[in-house]
Write a protein that binds this ligand. Structure first.
Ligand code: FAD
Ligand code: SF4
Ligand code: SF4
Ligand code: SF4
Length: 357
């Protein structure tokens, strides 16, 4: 048995061996954790990155859903290119004081989730909470749980782990259905890969439990070593909020003080997988949200799909948020999108040289 396991796990042409040699060994893993949920044998554990724990049946599912495993399917690309052509772009903010106190920008993300939960349109929201400054995936089912997840963590959240519940026998699947999900562009792409019908036309489980996605704009994420670095540099116990700005990372503390850490000091902590990523606006999300393009205290919102429109306008009509009469500055979003694509092209050359592809 052990012999078989080693052969399959170590084979770079198939199964987990392929995921390891194509993604993990090349530092391309985004830490989305969807492969752990995908493995029907529940064989992939997650410890900052996927780890094989038993035999691999070489079914390839983990390779199919991985957002870094290659080109996205042309069908997916076509469908979303059409939706993107008709996308609406708005600036909005929450009307709820509790949300405004803790949110990152205008609190649109948490307000939309609160609206759909409150109306019973979903049973829960897959979000990223926080513990010891680290993102912790969770399924929020109440207002208080949503409040605890608002704001931003700049290190990867293994969001899809929320679909698994711990058990002494390993990770068991959660049975909640009708969920909303908040994720970075790579996490949203992972979900779309999972939602693409397989060769027999069946949609892969558990993607069918996700009703809609809110995708975050994203320029980059930082390795968890950044948190350790900051903890050594200053007392982080009362750190309340993190905000990446043009000048660097601003950390706000509970006593009202703020510290700016310049980009030059922390850029070495940017994750290698982010340096070659091209999607800034979460272009496969039903609704995308970011700060770019809107004034402080407002969220820029891109609404792409029918379900995206329905929940965005439902939340507006229900008084959960208000729109800014001024449209977001789209040229800022376009500039940042181009910057990300250019950075990726440049780093892909370095990357190919380094890994001798
Ligand atoms: C890593 C990262 C990088 C970003 N980079 C940019 C950028 O360059 N430019 C830009 O305009 N906007 C960026 N954003 C988005 C922006 O910071 C806000 O999240 C967005 O404007 C929504 O604000 P809000 O007030 O509506 O969100 P809130 O109502 O505060 O809700 C925030 C949501 O984000 C989720 N979340 C927090 N951290 C993570 C994480 N690590 N992974 C997955 N989900 C998480 C929470 O679960 C919560 O649901 C980034 C977000 C992240 C997480
Ligand atoms: S999903 Fe399939 S290929 Fe991947 S680890 Fe599990 S059994 Fe192996
Ligand atoms: S990017 Fe996601 S799916 Fe790919 S190896 Fe990493 S955790 Fe698994
Ligand atoms: S930059 Fe790309 S790979 Fe990195 S977290 Fe953002 S979407 Fe994921």
């Amino acid at each position: 048995m052990d012999m078989d396991r080693n052969i399959l796990d170590d084979d770079p042409a198939t199964g987990f061996g392929k995921l390891k040699s194509d993604i993990l060994d090349k530092e391309l893993c985004t830490g989305c954790s969807i492969c752990t949920v995908m493995c029907r044998l529940e064989n992939i554990a997650f410890d900052g990155h996927p780890v094989m724990r038993q035999e691999c049946a070489s079914c390839q599912l983990c390779n199919i859903v991985c957002p870094r495993a290659g080109e996205i399917s042309s069908k997916l690309q076509k469908e979303w290119d059409i939706l993107n052509r008709h996308a609406l772009i708005r600036s909005a903010r929450s009307t709820d004081e509790g949300i405004l106190n803790v949110c990152q920008d205008g609190g649109v993300t948490t307000s939309i989730l609160w609206y759909v939960l409150n109306k019973g349109l979903i049973n829960g929201a897959v979000v990223s909470g926080v513990k010891d400054l680290k993102p912790v995936p969770m399924i929020a089912t109440t207002y208080d749980e949503l409040i605890s997840s608002a704001g931003v963590r700049y290190s990867p959240s293994p969001t899809y782990q929320a679909l698994l519940s711990d058990s002494r026998n390993g990770n068991m699947r959660n049975h909640l259905t009708r969920l909303g999900l908040v994720g970075t562009p790579c996490q949203v792409l992972a979900l779309r890969n999972m939602q693409m019908p397989d060769l027999e036309g069946a949609v892969l489980e558990p993607s069918d439990c996700i009703e809609f996605t809110i995708g975050l704009f994203c320029m980059e994420q930082f390795d968890s070593k950044l948190t350790e670095y900051l903890k050594k540099k200053m007392d982080m116990q009362n750190a309340k909020k993190f905000r990446m700005t043009r000048n660097g990372l601003i950390i706000s503390f509970t006593d009202g003080s703020k510290i700016l850490i310049e980009h030059a000091e922390i850029k070495r902590f940017i994750r290698p997988n982010c340096r070659i990523c091209t999607d800034f606006t979460s272009k496969y999300a039903d609704i995308s949200v970011g700060s770019a393009g809107s004034p402080a205290g407002w969220t820029t919102v891109i609404i792409r799909s029918e379900i995206g429109r329905s929940i965005y306008y439902g939340a507006l009509r229900g008084g959960f948020m208000v729109e800014n009469p001024k449209s977001p500055k789209t040229q800022i979003i376009e500039r940042l999108s181009s910057k990300k694509t250019e950075r990726s092209a440049k780093n892909l050359i370095h990357y190919a040289e380094r890994t001798e592809l």
